[in-house]
Design a protein around this ligand. Structure first.
Ligand code: NAI
Length: 255
């Protein structure tokens, strides 16, 4: 007899950590993971939205600044203590510099802040996740980079683009390094997605929003749920031969 496959429960029995899980892409993915049967731990800076999200999906909230080594370790240690495993890590929390991010005007503290929250964080989260995944010889890590890591950004985002390029290269490196140990590591490269991050950026500059939209062949910005569908696929065994990939989910965007 053929065992039926329940495609709606691809993540049943898995324990997932989602950073930046209180908003936007992270929140939509936390919901999707839970709907597909995973137990989800939301790690986020913001306790109000984080607690609400965890309550909604029946998971745990851990307040964390992803750029802080001790706090990141505590997030993964707590997950393992409470749920007995770390199977999936969606390292997604990130910031976009609010103002001008061109190389002529960006000062080092602003540059450093973006590297800490967007890049150092992914290093710390991967390291903490691997401490649990390597002994169990199993795991899926998805790191959120961006289309700008591949294409660049004509709107002068030097700190941001550099940080995301680092995330992309690190994901490739870890993907090939840990492939023989049953651990897959992939980079999600979203195009422009309709989230508070994008809305804040474009609220100040409607013309910039329109300029960007011109370059999206699909003719609209993406929705967080469209990222979540891709991340759930990468997290699941359906993606068992996919590692080290640059996974573009971008409406076909051109520079
Ligand atoms: P968002 O602003 O809606 O959500 C980000 C979440 O991360 C928030 O809940 C925030 O509290 C949390 N966060 C921020 N700093 C943190 C820190 N230091 N420690 C812990 N949590 C922190 O943003 P969105 O759009 O969902 O972005 C998610 C990821 O996707 C980011 O890495 C972003 O760079 C990336 N991305 C977003 C795109 C877009 O167009 N929205 C395009 C390409 C990449």
């Amino acid at each position: 007899a053929v065992t039926p496959i329940d495609l709606t429960q691809r993540l049943a029995g898995k324990v997932a950590v989602v950073t930046g899980g209180a908003s936007g892409i992270g929140l939509a993915t936390a919901r999707r993971f839970a709907a597909e049967g995973a137990t989800v731990v939301i790690g986020d800076f913001n306790p109000e939205t984080g607690l609400a999200a965890a309550a909604e999906i029946g998971g745990l909230f851990v307040q964390v600044d992803v750029s802080d080594e001790d706090q990141v370790n505590a997030l993964f240690d707590t997950t393992n203590e409470v749920y007995g495993s770390v199977d999936i890590a969606f390292n997604n929390a990130g910031i976009s510099p609010p103002d001008d991010d061109s190389i002529e005007t960006t000062e080092l503290p602003a540059w450093q802040k973006v590297q800490d929250v967007n890049l150092k964080s992914v290093y710390l989260c991967c390291r903490a996740a691997l401490r649990y995944m390597v002994p169990q010889q199993r795991g899926s890590i998805i790191n959120t980079a961006s289309f700008v890591a591949v294409l660049g950004s004509a709107t002068s985002q030097i700190s941001y683009t550099a940080s995301k390029g680092g995330v992309l290269a690190m994901s490739r490196e870890l993907g090939v390094q840990f492939a023989r140990q049953g651990i897959r590591v992939n980079a999600l490269c979203p195009g422009p997605v309709n989230t508070p991050l994008l809305q804040d950026l474009f609220a100040k500059d409607e013309e910039r929003a329109q300029r960007r939209l011109v370059h999206v062949p699909v003719g609209r910005f993406g929705e967080p749920e469209e990222m979540a569908a891709a991340v759930a696929f990468l997290a699941s065994d359906d993606a068992s031969f996919i590692t080290g990939s640059t996974f573009m989910v971008d409406g076909g965007i051109g520079a």
